[in-house]
Design a protein. Structure first.
Length: 361
């Protein structure tokens, strides 16, 4: 059977590519996790440390007063080892280490799975809580002091202006952490945007080391007003992850793509022809926390969430330059993660007669 027949049968049947003799060299081998990536937020952060400190208190309370719950969760736990540097009593303890192999719970056994269904990014709930207390709480306090303080027009003006500023900042933070559902395009050959924002660069590359040939790199700038959840451009699996510390330049500046802190995700399509792509989450002047909760070997559906960048940033997608590739955006276009098509591949049409001739059927 020819390579064409094998690939077409693999793409349009339940037969695996390996069973048809389509394996390496075409498929990428999984890479070991970057040793610098020991949790989902390699750059750490103040709120992350606060949440970890709260975890110590929460675990002490559970062990002292809810021993039955602790025993029940231990019985439901899956996996063979603790991936965390601390005790794991329930799924909340895995939040920052879910990108490490080891213990986990089935979704039906996770009493906190409902948090994935609320319209805000689960990995940003702690920031949302902290900033809400500071900003909304400050606005309430400022409003109370203004209404009960001196009645001169100057103090009233300053007091209510300060109240309005705090309330507006609180609203912006709440808006930033929203996580709306998206309708994912399903047509063959489509590559969806991995981020919300503005297309600021479309560069032709002579060669990309991972892709193994010519490529196109599309840069997307995310302002503080955009949704900051990152999504998979195609159905595929994670091959490797690399973290690179760096600067925090304005994400609109071209040099930010080379010099800023970033997390690079190497990705391969799960269907023939197993296209390889590279996703880069890049910090900005305000956004300084990259979050990525997947690990090598994880498989994602097209448009599935895999991470976020907190408070303004840049995302880049590098995809193979092939005959028939059509870039569907131009510089200045606004795109939505999972909802906007960045590119289309004209995949080879099936010639049933040719397949039948070559397979003898």
């Amino acid at each position: 059977m020819s390579d064409f027949a094998r690939e077409t049968l693999a793409a349009h049947s339940a037969i695996s590519p390996a069973a048809l003799g389509i394996g390496p060299p075409g498929r990428a081998a999984l890479e070991p996790m970057d040793p610098r990536v020991t949790d989902i937020q390699p750059g750490s952060g103040v709120v992350m440390r606060l949440e970890q400190a709260w975890g110590l208190l929460r675990r002490a309370y559970l062990k002292a007063f809810r021993r039955g719950y602790v025993a029940r969760m231990a019985a439901l736990r899956q996996g063979d080892r603790n991936p965390c540097p601390h005790e794991v009593l329930d799924p909340r303890d895995l939040k920052f280490h879910r990108n490490q192999p080891g213990w986990h719970w089935k979704c039906d056994d996770d009493p906190f799975a409902w948090r994935d269904r609320i319209p805000f990014a689960r990995v940003g709930l702690a920031e949302l809580l902290v900033f809400s207390v500071l900003l909304y709480g400050g606005a309430i306090a400022a409003g109370w002091l203004t209404s009960s303080g001196p009645r001169t027009w100057e103090t009233q003006l300053i007091g209510w202006a300060f109240t309005a500023i705090l309330a507006t900042l609180g609203g912006l933070v709440t808006w930033f952490f929203r996580d709306p559902e998206r309708e994912i395009p399903t047509e063959a050959g489509v590559v969806v945007s991995p981020a919300d924002g503005l297309v600021v660069a479309i560069d032709e590359l002579d060669d990309d080391e991972f892709i193994g040939g010519p490529a196109v790199r599309i840069g997307i700038f995310l302002s503080i007003f955009n949704v900051h959840i990152n999504r998979a451009p195609i159905a595929g699996r994670v091959i490797g992850i690399r973290y690179e510390p760096g600067k925090f330049l304005n994400a609109l500046r071209p040099e930010s793509a080379r010099e800023n802190e970033r997390l690079i995700l190497r990705y391969e399509g799960t269907g023939v022809p197993y296209r390889r792509m590279v996703l880069a989450q890049i910090t900005g002047a305000i956004a300084r926390r990259i979050v990525c909760w997947v690990k090598p070997g994880d498989e994602l559906a097209a448009g599935e969430r895999f991470g976020m960048i907190k408070l303004g940033s840049r995302t880049e997608l590098t995809l193979p330059r092939e005959p028939g590739l059509e870039i569907a955006v131009k510089i200045g276009d606004a795109v939505h993660a999972g909802g906007s098509a960045l590119a289309h591949y004209s995949d080879r049409k099936i010639d049933d007669r040719k397949i039948n001739d070559e397979t003898g059927s």
